[in-house]
Design a protein around this ligand. Sequence first.
Ligand SMILES: [Ca+2]
Ligand SMILES: [Ca+2]
Length: 95
Amino acid sequence: MTLYVSKSASVALTAEKLKAIFKEQDADGNGLLTREELRKAFEKLGSRYPDWRVRRSLSHADTDGDGSISLDELDELVKYVIKLGYKVARSAISI
Ligand SMILES: [Ca+2]
Ligand SMILES: [Ca+2]
């Protein structure tokens, strides 16, 4: 798999696409995104500081505090990621 670089991606689709990218990183398919899996997702999104992003994301979206992001928490995580300015389109893929 390579980066998502759809030139026609609209803002309305951003949340869905980000969600898909995160879900893709659930390598063991257990419905939970661990630190390691989150890290890969942020790397894929072009984050320069994926480890830091993972920590921030967990403190923001890991509402039950188990150290990983469940599918329920993923919605919150995606909202947070969008707020940070991540977009799945053109050059905006790097922050
Ligand atoms: Ca997993
Ligand atoms: Ca959690």
